[in-house]
Design a protein around this ligand. Structure first.
Ligand code: NDP
Length: 247
């Protein structure tokens, strides 16, 4: 199916992990996709798992925590494509540590990338989407933004903040037909979760009712739904995609 023919989709952190899966799903559905990322693939390096999609995917460097960098990246997309239909705030980092040991730098870097980065990207596309009288913004939060997690006060605060950001932006932008929602994944098998200890991984796996971690595609499928016509009456929502871990 080509449900997103001629649609312009921007995915931050789009060159690997969940972001890459989202990029490929949208490109597969006919969209023109911009994968913005901190580190771009080297010249000639294949980062798409399906290279037949390469005509529909462009990359550009961005540091989502930096206003000038975000402004430049979004201006490039708007100049190149003429519009932005969907923004997916997926870029995110962890800097785990116990509260008493966590440095100010560890706290700030996570808040600046995950929470402030999402704010800056929303701000940078809002004028364009308001002019179009349509747009979809999908924030990638986390289950720990709802339930918390020892060792992740910085990360869970950033993801909880993204819930407030989602709901406030949804209320503010609804009159212009811009819908804002948040996907809260649980345990997804990516480079980010490879950093967890075996004990942490087993804790998640033993407690997930569906008894498996998510694949990046499990998350990307919900992003496709939230960007499509079928979800045109859904805004300001937190959609948990976690195999039943939080309920
Ligand atoms: P990865 O670490 O695999 O990918 C994250 C991407 O974000 C990387 O491409 C990274 O770039 C990019 N990024 C980091 N900092 C910046 C920045 N300042 N500017 C631009 N891009 C940046 O993570 P996942 O794919 O696992 O996670 C994607 C999202 O899903 C994150 O928001 C994460 O918090 C969330 N999530 C993940 C879960 C999981 O279990 N994996 C569970 C719940 C939520 P680079 O590599 O170049 O630094």
């Amino acid at each position: 199916m080509n449900r997103f023919n001629d649609k312009v989709v921007v995915v931050t952190g789009g060159c690997r992990g969940i972001g890459l899966s989202i990029v490929e799903k949208f490109a597969n559905e006919g969209a023109k996709v911009y994968a913005l990322d901190f580190k771009l693939p080297n010249e000639g390096e294949q980062f798409l798992t399906d290279n037949s999609l390469s005509d529909r995917v462009k990359t550009a460097q961005v540091d989502v925590s930096n206003l000038d960098s975000v402004t430049a990246a979004m201006e490039y997309v708007i100049k190149d494509a003429g519009r932005i239909d969907v923004l997916i705030n997926n870029a995110g980092i962890t800097r785990d540590n116990l509260l008493m040991r966590m440095s100010e730098a560890e706290f700030d870097s996570v808040i600046n990338t995950n929470l402030k980065g999402s704010f800056l990207c929303i701000k940078a596309v809002t004028r364009q989407m308001m002019g179009q009288r349509s747009g979809r913004i999908i924030n990638i939060g986390s289950i720990v933004g709802t339930i918390g997690n020892a060792g992740q006060t910085n990360y869970s605060s950033s993801k909880a903040g993204m819930i407030g950001l989602t709901k406030s932006a949804a209320k503010e932008l609804a009159s212009r037909n811009i819908l804002v929602n948040l996907i809260a994944p649980g345990f997804v098998i990516t480079a980010m979760t490879h950093q967890l200890t075996e004990e942490q991984k087993n804790f998640f796996l033993n407690n997930i009712p569906l008894k498996r971690g998510a694949t990046p595609d499990d998350i990307a499928n919900v992003a496709i739904f939230l960007a499509g016509e079928e979800s045109s009456y859904i805004t300001g929502q937190v959609i948990h995609v976690d195999g039943g871990l939080y309920m």
